[in-house]
Structure formats: structure tokens, C-alpha cells
Write a protein that binds this ligand. Sequence first.
Ligand code: NAD
Ligand code: MLT
Length: 520
Amino acid sequence: MWRVLVTDEMKLGPTEGLPAVVDYRPGLPREEILAAIPEYDALITRSRTQVDAELLARAERLKVIGRGGVGVDNIDLEAASRRGILVVNVPEANTRSAAELAFGLLIAAARGLALSDRKIRAGEWDRKFLGAELMGKTLGIIGLGRIGGQVARFAKGFEMRVLAYDPYIPRSRAEKLGVELLDELEELLRRAHFLTVHTPLTEETRGMIGRRELYLLPRGAVVVNAARGGIIQEDALLEVLEEGHLFAAGLDVFAEEPPGKDHPLVQHPRVVHTAHLGANTLEAQRRVGEEVLKRVIAALEGEIVYAINAGFDPEAFRALKGFVPLGERLGRLLAQITRGRVQAVEVAFFGEFAADPEPVATAVAKGLLERVLSEGINLIAARPLLRERGIRLAVRKEAEAEGYTQLVEVRLTTDSEERTARGTVIGGHPRLVGVDGYGLESVLEGTLLVCKNFDRPGVVGRVGTLLGEAGVNIAGMQLGRDRPGGKALFVLSVDERPGPEVVGALEALELIERVDVAEL
Ligand code: NAD
Ligand code: MLT
């Protein structure tokens, strides 16, 4: 019999007859989880339990982690993969409940529901509060995935105009939902009377809504976060509420949970809260519990299940040596330096490879998508997810590789431009050997600045001085140009990511055409 430990609240359904003993211990303190985990073959959690490297190091028998819900940001996927532990989730099981709660918060914030309730309990019959009607107003949705899409459908029922910002979905999805998809977040913010976020918490979305963004909203706007704490900066939200620019806010999530009763947002009269209850309905918890247990048992029994971190054939990986990580990094690089909505990607292989290089193209797809999806992504899921997003992937194989034994070239086409990056593996390490047709040889790790400029004396020096003044240390520089005095491109490897104001100042320098930053 397998042993399964469940450490968070959910409705599992009947467990008799299963080839497993299921210990349902929701709310188990961390110390006790750490002590118990060596005995278990599977662990099922929601967002409360931190499944980190410390816990996994003790999980001697663990084979499967089941996440009852969407986000796997509480699970160290790297550490789990390294230990060969499969991670399965049930991303669609709580979509409806999470969307309903987000919409509930929107109405509660707009109509002062919690405030009025508190006043009545205190004996005050206050009818002065004037709320805001939804009909005819504009709702801005950041992240038009499962939950964002459902919120859009609800908003249509309330006769709202719906705008969305999500650079990673095909236009057809927005068209089907009757939503206006915008290319610029700023435009959405300027037009939205109501704003709701439905993205995962990633490097890109952490703190994406700060003071500047909140002030772009029309005066009197209402803001909701039922996705993840930290996407909207809490100090900025408080400040903009207190200055009276925002009318109200609804929050289901905090950067640190629980936030504590002295948290200034908790005490703010115009903020209505719920305690990360998006998925907490009987229906969602039944779907989540039954489905996650079914998937965990199937994985334990050796059935093929959709696992977030499922690996690839170790033989092919070994034969391709560093080319799989090279593909992933080229995808990651282009995803960050190419502007516009991604439409197509082409991966060209030049030269003879020790095994069929297809997994390298899959790794490119993974690199392109991994910064934008909630559930994390593996090599098995990468191509279907790319197709789902309407992005075409083509693979081309050529016999000759100019100047190198093997080369991989990735061409990314968006609705506004096309960029290419070429790479190879030298001494087992991925190297960047060209960008947009300019030959160069650079590391493909850490933080890179890709700058396009006119080849004139002093340009690179001015960039170096500006970065030095901003406290950004340059670790390496590689330059490529078409001809002396013509156009050029250089790649700087830097020790820390320069802020947007530094990138703006670099782009404002004479003879610099553009600067893009990528973290690998
Ligand atoms: P999803 O993957 O279906 O959708 C996320 C969408 O965000 C995708 O379409 C993606 O393209 C988009 N996105 C990613 N980065 C973006 C960016 N920088 N700018 C704009 N859009 C971006 O996920 P989902 O199931 O809709 O869940 C969304 C979020 O809600 C997740 O973080 C999840 O953990 C959270 N969630 C919270 C609760 C709760 O209890 N409060 C319940 C369920 C889910
Ligand atoms: C999720 O990501 O599914 C949610 O945060 C729900 C939860 O774990 O309660």
C-alpha cells in the first residue's frame, strides 16, 4: 500500500478501496510535516504548505507531489525534479470559484459591503456611502488565462466594457471572449475604471502594479487582486488609496500570509478582504480533492500522467550534451529581447548532431513560455502549450554549419518584428554566437544587455560610463558589426539587472538604437 500525506484542507472523497493509505492532516505544523515526510510516497498540498528544498531533502520515499489547485509557486520544482519526484496539479478545478470570488470582491469594494456591515454591527445606520455601478464601466483584466477569461464573461453579463493585457495569448482568444486585447499595459490602465489581476506571480509580474501604474488609472478606480500577493505593490496601493486617487480595493491575497491585523491595508476602511479564499467553495474543493488524489494514485501506480516537471528521455539528453539547455536559453533570450506578440518560431539546426535534435526545439518552446505560465512547464508540455497559444513552431535542418561543427539558430516572429539568436556548445557550455545576423561570441547566462547602435568611436564607452554611474558592473562585452562605420550590436554581461530608468537613459544616448535586457 502506498502512503499518502495530505497537509492542506480539501474534500478528498471516499478513499476506501484505493491502493493507498491516505492520512488527511490539514493544518499540520511544518515541524510535524518535516518529521513525518520520510514515511510517505506522496504528498498532497494546496498553497499553505511550503514544499521547499529542506522538506524535499527529508522526503526519502516521496515519488509524487499533488498540488490541489493551480499555482505551484509553493513547490521547489527544481529540487523535486532533481530528486525524480513528479509534480501534478489540477489547474482547471478551481477556476470558476476563483473567478466568482474576484468578481465578488469587485462588487464588495465598489459598494462598500464590508464597511457598511461593520457600521451596522457597531450600531450605526449610515446611508451616506455612495458606491459605483458596474454597467457601462470599463474593466481592465491583466492575464486573460482561465480565471481572467471567466471574469471577462461575468463582466459582459454586467454590461461592462472589457479590456485585457496579456502578451502571451493569441488574439483569437480575446476575440472569442469579446474582449479588447491591448498591446500596452499603460493604455489599459488609463482606460480601466476597475482593474483585476489574474497572472501568476513571476519575475515579470512581481510588483508590476506600483504607484506609477495605479496613478494611471482614472480617479475613483477600484482595484482587485485575487491572484497572488506581491503582483500589486502593497505600500503603493495603500498610498494611492490614502491620497484618494483610488476609490477602493478588494484583496484575497497578500505578499505575506497571514498579513497580521496591524497591516495598514488590513485596517483600511476602503479595502475589503478575504483570506486567500478564491478556491474555497465546496464544489471547487471537491473537484480539487477528488481529481488530485486520482492523479497522484495514477502516478504512483506507474500510469502516464500529465506532470508539470516530467523529464525527457535521459539517453537523448546525454547524446545532445549541452544542446537542450542551449535551446532553452535561446528561447528565454528571444522571449525577453523581442517586442510584440509572438506569432511564430523557427528553429534551424546546422551540422551533424549525435541524436535527433528535436528535443532542442522543444527546449526552445519551454524557454519561450516558462516566464509566463502559472503552472510551470516541462519539456513534454511545451509544444502543446505553444500550439494552444496559436504560436507556430517550425524546425529546419541544414547539413553545413559555417565556422562551427553544430549551430542552432532560433528566429522569433512577432506582430511587430523578427529577431534571431544563434548558439552553440563550447566545452559543454551554451554560447551565444550571433544576434540578428551579427556574429559575436558571448556567455549565455546571468543578465545580458543586447544593444543595437551605430558603429562610431566612443559609443560603447558612453554606455559603460552610464552603467558605472548607475552602479551596474560589466562582466563582459562582445561586439558584432556589419562593416566599419555601419550598424553594430553588442552584448554586455552585467552583474545585476539595470532598472528601467537606466535602460531608458541608455536608449536616450546618441547613436544607440535600442537596448533590451534578458535574464537567463
Ligand atoms: P493561467 O495560466 O490560465 O492564466 C494566467 C495568464 O496570465 C496567462 O494567460 C498568461 O499568459 C498571463 N500572463 C503571464 N504573465 C503575464 C504578464 N507579465 N502580463 C500579462 N499577462 C501575463 O492561470 P489561472 O488558472 O487563470 O490562474 C491565474 C492566477 O490565479 C495564478 O497565479 C493562480 O495561482 C491564482 N489563483 C488564485 C486563487 C486564489 O485562491 N486566490 C485560486 C486559483 C488561482
Ligand atoms: C491556487 O493557486 O490554486 C490557489 O491559490 C488556491 C489554493 O491553494 O487555495
